[in-house]
Unconditional design. Structure first.
Length: 293
């Protein structure tokens, strides 16, 4: 068993994600709905398998002296084998955290393919919450203790000009012309172009979002999404939600608006759509004055 293990990266996320990662499919209903944020563990396993393959391949690619294509392929097969992944799982004590049906717990824990799938699920969840750099650093140190493999810098590089100089071109900026081009097209440079005025005035700027004045309390934290929807239905009000996502896929920020009868009554933000939706519902509950807050 490997003794010089790097620290196991923690998954930054909500409780639902952590429970799903450590829950075997034998404890799930086939008709269970998908999570609004990441779907289910089958999707996480598919994503995690590809991300793990990339991290291992890039580590081997970065080794010095260079490995040949054949050496990279053969070493990658060994590093991604069921036996190797099972040894990593045992070294971190992850088997003890995995929950499965009592009737299947023994067969699951001793099935290398099940353990490989479990490891892929963990990597997939880690990717959507922490990103590729965290995974690359972790996997590289698992393969070679103390390794410092860094992903290539994705920042844009200056564009070489025809005269050999480098001119930094900003996004949306027209490329600069050399003196030979400007002299050749000097008659055009003296012309100016004025666009025709618009036929209608520009649309008004959007107003500021509504402000919901409420003080969070222990009582309000007990208000659930189901309670808000049920209360609205009992009072004959239609409840709708509008969700928006910003930021990178591995670290999104969700904003959800709650509308009562077509009017925005609450707004919530969070790392998952579920968390943001529940916060929006609680704000709407307080705004409508339903019960103690």
């Amino acid at each position: 068993m490997q003794t010089d293990l790097p620290p196991l990266p923690k998954i930054d996320g909500d409780v639902d994600l952590m429970l799903d990662v450590y829950t075997h499919s034998s404890l799930r209903f086939d008709t269970a709905p998908m999570n609004d944020d990441y779907g289910d563990t089958h999707r996480l396993a598919e994503l995690g398998a590809k991300v793990l393959d990339l991290a291992v391949t890039y580590h081997l690619y970065s080794e010095r002296p260079f490995l040949t294509q054949g050496e990279i392929q053969s070493k990658r097969v060994e590093l991604l084998s069921d036996t190797r992944l099972d040894s990593w799982i045992q070294a971190y004590g992850l088997k003890e955290k995995l929950r499965a049906a009592p009737s299947e717990i023994h067969s699951v824990m001793n099935n290398p393919q099940e353990m490989t799938n479990f490891f892929h699920i963990y990597v997939g969840a880690l990717y959507i919450r922490n990103g590729l750099p965290t995974i690359q650093n972790w996997i590289s140190r698992l393969i070679t203790p103390g390794a410092d493999v860094r992903l290539p810098d994705a920042s844009p590089q200056p564009n070489p000009a025809p005269d050999g100089n480098y001119n930094q071109q900003m996004p949306g900026q027209a490329p600069s012309q050399t003196s030979s081009y400007s002299s050749a097209y000097s008659p055009m440079s003296s012309q100016t172009y004025s666009p025709a005025p618009p036929n209608s005035p520009p649309p008004p700027l959007p107003g500021n979002p509504p402000v919901f004045n409420y003080a969070p309390s222990a009582t309000l934290s007990l208000v659930t999404l189901a309670l808000v929807n049920q209360t609205a239905a009992q009072r004959g009000m239609q409840v709708t939600y509008m969700a928006e996502q910003v930021g990178p896929p591995h670290q999104p920020t969700w904003t959800v608006k709650c509308f009562m009868g077509g009017i925005e009554r609450g707004r919530g933000t969070g790392k998952s759509q579920k968390v943001a939706k529940e916060e929006a519902a609680r704000q709407a509950w307080a705004t409508m004055g339903w019960g103690p807050t």
